[in-house]
Design a protein around this ligand. Structure first.
Ligand code: ADP
Length: 302
């Protein structure tokens, strides 16, 4: 089982002729409301990859449709709290004719997950289950502490990155996913300066700091690098025409962790996750662009 402690957002996406200017009132020509948030995206990706997933977090009471949507994707929602006094995390996203965007984010319920709720969820987990977490939600340090005490395996995708991440007991977790900006910021917080294009050095420095972890460094169109003890792997990205890279990292994390949890070797997990995110970047949208497992298998076989 993967217990994913993560954000759930309601994304309100407005198509506009140009991004609204100070003092201006602008009519939008098209509006959609969709599920978003790194947490929900990663739960969907892991579930679509075939893993059993329970989502930990919180939403506002007005958004029961989110529970139904996660349920229909096979994701457990027993540990997704419904809060009466605070709305769901949500965004207001403007997208203009040039595909530029601007985003207002209200973290809402994501930042108000009750601690007793977290404790109940981790108590229900079994040693050997995975805790997956990002950094858009509640008390990350507390949930890691609880998971360590329960001897869960821990996978962390510290996005968005902030300096406090370097103060977490990362040497005691099992898997760390970072993109190059996150790797650079984490290393800087640890006192190591590294150029953003020096991928090998980034990985080597992280591996020296955290020798017991599986380290996954995603590099956008440049693919991915991986370290696990002495093992080093690198994989180029699939050559595809990227239309919208939103949720590429989330798709990668969910698919890679699901594959490893199901016993796939690192090479195979990297191939599967790279293919899933290559499909994702060819589609517009966030959660809607995360592919199903059979599409990914067909893409690899083609
Ligand atoms: P994030 O979204 O967290 O910044 P990345 O941009 O590193 O993550 O992308 C994650 C993965 O998605 C990459 O390792 C790669 O496999 C895939 N990917 C991203 N951009 C492209 C692209 N332009 N073409 C093909 N695959 C891509």
């Amino acid at each position: 089982m993967i217990y994913n402690f993560g954000s759930v957002n309601v994304d309100n996406v407005y198509r506009v002729p140009h991004l609204v200017r100070p003092g201006e009132t602008l009519a939008s020509t098209h509006y959609v409301q969709v599920l978003g948030g790194k947490g929900a995206n990663q739960s969907l990706a892991a579930a679509r990859a075939g893993a059993k997933v329970e989502h930990l977090g919180a939403i506002g009471a007005a958004d029961g449709w989110i529970l139904a949507l996660l349920d229909s994707a096979g994701i457990g929602t027993r540990h997704l709290a419904t809060l009466d006094d605070i709305p769901s995390g949500h965004t207001v996203i403007q997208v203009d004719d040039q595909a530029e965007n601007s985003i207002v984010l209200f973290p809402g319920a994501n930042r108000a997950v009750p601690n007793e709720h977290l404790e109940a969820a981790i108590t229900a987990a079994q040693p050997g289950d995975w805790l997956l977490a990002q950094n858009e939600c509640g008390d990350l340090s507390r949930v890691i502490e609880l998971a360590l005490a329960k001897r869960l395996r821990i996978a962390l995708n510290p996005a968005p990155m902030e300096a406090m991440i370097a103060g977490l007991p990362l040497e005691r977790i099992d898997m760390l996913f970072v993109n190059r900006g996150e790797a650079q910021m984490l290393l800087a917080a640890l006192g190591d300066q590294v150029e953003e294009h020096d991928h090998q050095r980034m990985l080597d420095l992280l591996a020296a700091r955290y020798p017991g972890l599986e380290l996954v460094l995603t590099l956008g169109g440049d693919g991915v690098r991986y370290a696990n003890g002495e093992l080093r792997l690198a994989r180029p990205a699939f050559l595809v025409e990227a239309r919208d890279t939103t949720a590429a990292g989330d798709t990668f994390v969910g698919y890679f962790l699901a594959a490893r949890q199901q016993g796939e070797r690192p090479e195979a997990a990297l191939a599967l996750a790279s293919a899933a995110s290559a499909l994702c970047v060819q589609r517009e949208g966030a959660s809607s662009s995360i592919p199903e497992r059979d599409e990914v298998d067909a893409f690899i076989a083609a």
